[in-house]
Design a protein around this ligand. Structure first.
Ligand code: ATP
Ligand code: MG
Length: 355
């Protein structure tokens, strides 16, 4: 049986379990984001499992979509790093474009699925302890620095786009997902949808759209908007400093469990070294020119985790070891920090604790 994608935009999935999409059998719908549905699939011949992101039908219909799709797909496929989720196939079936990705299969200590950083933070009550937060941030930045060095901007960094995989040795790997997806579908398109969802949530006058996505894509669009830099909200094109801003918001959230407010992180987290305040608030400068220039600078300026780095960790460099230094996993070539904080990082990542 070959499935025909439905055009329904309601809660019905385009494909049911068992349906066939080209060489892939649909196992289940994993979820829905602002830019399409994600399915767990099994390759018909190889029997390997992957995640397949099916882009919205209206995107395929847009003029110039194919050229843009191919160009951005090449950029995504070229990004190979242990902290970047590998996208390794692209295609079109029945008029719908899809991207094939590694399947995120993170679990917590209780063995429950914990696929993204958003899931993990939620399960921990909204924040991580400082040591874990520092470890995770180091790994995200290592992947992001790799992309920035190649001129690739993410544009949609948020906890839901940081996925967790369980390696063969049981350690958890942290991987940035959806690299370049915003550019692929068009920044204008994403911004329009995000603004629309915010208007909708205001007109409803309730908190429904802030709840975990219960069958619509509104929740993830709000999530996207919440992590946008000031310049993205104004409609300007994102650059590496916009990713730096999003990382500042993620860091603030991971350490404090709160949305960005007037208080410094160290005022909210007893014992947190004030160096983290400077680091986070520099990333969150309103003017892009006042921030770290890219993820390499942000990583190089990351405060020493000290005790915060002990006793846990994240596996991150299995396939692409970085040059040996104090901190072999986080070393980024050519990323000396030049601005407000000349201290190089000696941060020491460890595996994510299950749970
Ligand atoms: N490679 C993957 N493996 C396993 N689950 C995934 C994978 N990619 C996405 N998911 C899950 O599918 C759901 C939808 O993901 P999707 O990326 O579409 O939405 P999002 O990250 O919330 O928003 P955005 O569209 O901005 O990326 C989420 O619950 C996500 O955790
Ligand atoms: Mg995503």
């Amino acid at each position: 049986m070959t499935a025909t994608p439905s055009e329904s935009s309601g809660s019905a999935a385009a494909f049911n379990p068992g349906a066939v999409l080209g060489q892939y059998r649909i196992v289940r719908l994993l979820g829905r984001g602002g830019m399409g549905e994600v399915y767990e699939v099994e390759h018909a011949v190889l029997h390997r499992r992957y995640a397949l992101k099916l882009l919205p039908a209206e995107f395929a219909a847009a003029s110039g979509a194919l050229e843009r799709f191919q160009r951005e797909a090449r950029v995504m496929a070229a990004l190979e790093h242990p902290n970047i989720l590998q996208v390794d196939d692209f295609g079109e079936t029945g008029g719908r474009y899809w991207l094939r990705m590694e399947l995120a299969n993170g679990v917590n200590a209780a063995g429950k699925p914990c696929v993204s950083l958003a899931d993990w933070v939620e399960a921990k009550g909204g924040k991580l302890d400082a040591a874990r937060a520092a470890g995770v941030l180091g790994h995200i930045l290592s992947g992001l620095a790799h992309a920035h060095k190649r001129g690739v901007v993410h544009r949609d960094l948020k906890p839901a786009n940081i996925l967790l995989l369980t390696a063969a040795d049981g350690k958890t790997e942290v991987k940035i997902a959806d690299f370049g997806l915003v550019r692929l579908v068009g920044e204008e398109w994403v911004r329009g949808r995000a603004e629309q969802s915010i208007r909708l949530s205001m007109s409803l006058g309730d908190q429904r759209t802030m709840a975990p996505d219960g069958g619509s894509s509104t929740g993830s669009l709000i999530g996207t908007y919440a992590y946008m830099s000031p310049e993205q909200k104004r409609g300007a094109e994102a650059d590496m400093r916009s990713d730096v801003y999003a990382m500042g918001l993620i860091a603030y959230r991971l350490f404090t469990g709160r949305k960005l407010g007037l208080k410094k992180p160290s005022e909210l987290v007893p014992g947190l070294a004030p160096a983290w305040d400077t680091w986070i608030m520099t990333a969150l400068e309103e003017a892009p020119g006042d921030r770290f220039a890219d993820a390499g600078e942000l990583l190089a300026a990351m405060p020493d985790a000290g005790d915060e780095g002990s006793g846990f960790g994240v596996q991150g460099s299995g396939t692409n070891p970085q040059p040996a230094t104090h901190n072999p996993r986080f070393r980024v070539q050519g990323s000396g920090f030049r601005k407000k904080n000349p201290q190089p990082t000696t941060h020491n990542p460890q595996p994510i604790p299950a749970g």
